[in-house]
Design a protein around this ligand. Structure first.
Ligand code: SF4
Length: 374
């Protein structure tokens, strides 16, 4: 069985700072296959890196690009790739245009530690670290982002980039996540990178202790050790014992636990599905097909021809998406032209960086105030 490494990297550093015990526990956990979303993200990273280093190429030409079985569809192009390129363009307009390099291996203050920075850019006053995040499920806060700090600090410890840090440049961290409306960049200092190194070194010292130190929290979500984590296993055991009358306070308490337990359950489900698809039965469960979607079962030209014979127009006209329009305009759309429509609300932990919707009582009071003045 392959296992996770104990070498610190960009994605593990924030978790080890929050939970030092996870470093060695992860090494004992079975390696999970990359999820579809992660593979899709890798394909989008490849595509965006190619496009920003080949500005003469029309981005549309990349629709249909395949990387390790994942295709850049029109939908991914419109919803994620173009908005990411546009945000990169806005950064370039704000700080440059600055020279940059993509996919740069950087070191760490920790021996053998390393990571890959998506983009390192620079000008006379700034060092610009860009991290692409193409996920649609988890919003990542830019300010104080430890993964980005790891890459920035790593660049400082890398021979190729160390000279940039010799003069007092500002560090610009930009996490480009096209699925979310986020602040374009966070500016910090080289001193912050030095403090980050101290935090990381202190966590590594705790990680190497004989008695592991575990802390649960948001960082558990992507921890490879969650299926074997003693803290999470204990949460599960006590969770069911505590179910009882549920008022708002109790629900808050239970929701906090559910946030921790859900990824644990998802990891178990994933393991069980993997075993079942390998041909081994999981007692009490069976494999069934996922819900199917209807697709044309012939060449599209033939279908179009046949529909025309039936006097049906096979094509529909679609207006450009905001991302396509921005691309055509080569600038942002005027204020008030675009709105972001949410399909509803979801309950997330208070610490989540997204802005809360106004609570119902406040909205009702505001409405009552308005009505009074009509
Ligand atoms: S699941 Fe959470 S508490 Fe357990 S080792 Fe991982 S990060 Fe630490």
């Amino acid at each position: 069985m392959t296992s996770h490494s104990t070498v610190i990297g960009g994605s593990s550093a924030p978790r080890v700072i929050a939970c030092p015990g996870s470093l060695n526990l992860s090494a004992q956990a079975p390696v999970q296959e990359a999820s579809d979303a992660a593979d899709e993200g890798t394909m989008l990273h490849e595509a965006v890196a190619y496009l920003i280093t080949h500005p003469d190429i029309d981005p549309v030409k990349l629709i249909g690009f395949v990387h390790e079985g994942h295709t850049l569809t029109k939908e991914l192009f419109d919803e994620l790739l173009m908005p990411a390129l546009n945000r990169f363009g806005i950064l370039q307009a704000g700080y440059g245009p600055f020279p940059f390099e993509v996919e740069q291996r950087v070191g760490s203050c920790i021996k053998d530690g390393w990571g890959t920075a998506d983009v390192i850019g620079w000008n006379n006053e700034h060092i610009i670290m860009i991290d692409w995040k193409f996920g649609r499920g988890v919003y990542v806060k830019t300010e104080e982002n430890k993964q980005a700090l790891f890459y920035a600090s790593g660049a400082r410890h890398t021979e190729k980039w160390a000279h940039l840090f010799e003069s007092d440049r500002k560090i610009v961290i930009s996490i480009i996540q096209p699925a979310f409306d986020v602040e374009p960049a966070w500016e910090t200092t080289i001193d912050r990178l030095v403090r980050f190194d101290l935090e990381l070194m202190a966590a590594m010292k705790l990680a190497e202790q004989e008695e592991p130190v575990y802390h649960d929290g948001d960082h558990c979500r992507f921890c490879p050790a969650k299926v074997i984590c003693p803290l999470l296993n204990n949460e599960i055991m006590t969770f069911t014992a505590e179910l009882g009358p549920r008022d708002a306070d109790k629900l808050g308490e239970l929701m906090t636990r559910i946030v921790l337990i859900k990824p644990w359950m998802a990891a178990i489900e994933k393991d069980a599905h993997k075993i079942a698809t390998s041909g081994q039965a999981i007692p009490g469960f069976k494999l069934v097909p996922k819900r199917g979607t209807r697709k044309w079962d012939a060449d599209e030209d033939v279908i179009a021809h046949n529909l025309k014979l039936l006097e049906v127009n096979p094509y529909s006209k679609k207006i450009l998406s905001p991302a396509q329009a921005e691309k055509a305009l080569k600038t942002s759309l005027p204020d008030g032209w675009v709105k972001t429509v949410s399909s509803g609300t979801k309950l997330v932990p208070e610490a989540d960086a997204q802005k809360a919707v106004p609570d119902i009582a406040t909205s009702v009071k505001a409405l009552a105030r308005k009505l009074k003045h009509v």
